[in-house]
Write a new protein. Structure first.
Length: 175
């Protein structure tokens, strides 16, 4: 069983996508083949395959006992569909990652999130880029600073937006 979180940088309102999948078989190259969880309802339909379906869904049930938002997704049936997520939804998943993995679910995240963590902003400052005529105030104030994520510079507006969205999460993590 896998929970997959993907980024959609083009959608500022819903910048993440979530999909629960399960492994059906290995490819000829030895890689796991994943299908959406909704396909399991079709594959294991029928009374003779009910035990297989229940066994497949057991990790999600264990996770739902620990995480209310997963229980709500099961109750509504959303767990079986591709979902567009807001930042807060992704934060719930990240906060509950240890409980989800302990339930037996593998969580897959964007490749650029090293070690299962979101990309962190990086600040770069360059001092003295220009050649002043002499040492003085101009030489001391000659600097340039960039904030980047994954090597891409952020605009001042993007930095403000990120701080506004993430401020509650940062504050809650510091308590």
């Amino acid at each position: 069983m896998h929970f997959n979180l993907a980024e959609n940088r083009k959608d500022l309102d819903m910048p993440f996508a979530f999909l629960a999948t399960y492994t059906t078989r290995l490819s000829i190259y030895g890689k796991a083949q994943h299908l959406p969880l909704s396909q399991a309802l079709i594959e294991f339909s029928g009374s003779r395959k009910k035990a297989q379906l229940l066994a497949l869904l057991m990790p999600i049930q264990r996770a739902a006992e620990q995480c209310e938002w997963i229980a709500a997704m099961i109750e509504s049936g959303e767990i079986y569909h591709l979902l567009r997520w807001q930042v807060e939804d992704a934060i719930h998943l990240l906060d509950d990652l240890p409980r989800i993995e302990a339930a037996g679910i593998v969580v897959r995240m964007p490749a650029q999130w090293q070690a299962g963590r979101p990309a962190r902003p990086r600040v770069r400052a360059a001092l003295g880029a220009g050649a002043p005529s002499r040492l003085g105030l101009d030489a001391l104030l000659d600097f340039h600073m960039d904030v980047m994520i994954n090597g891409e510079p952020l605009t001042a507006e993007e930095i403000r937006a990120m701080l506004m969205v993430c401020s509650g999460y940062v504050v809650s993590r510091l308590r």
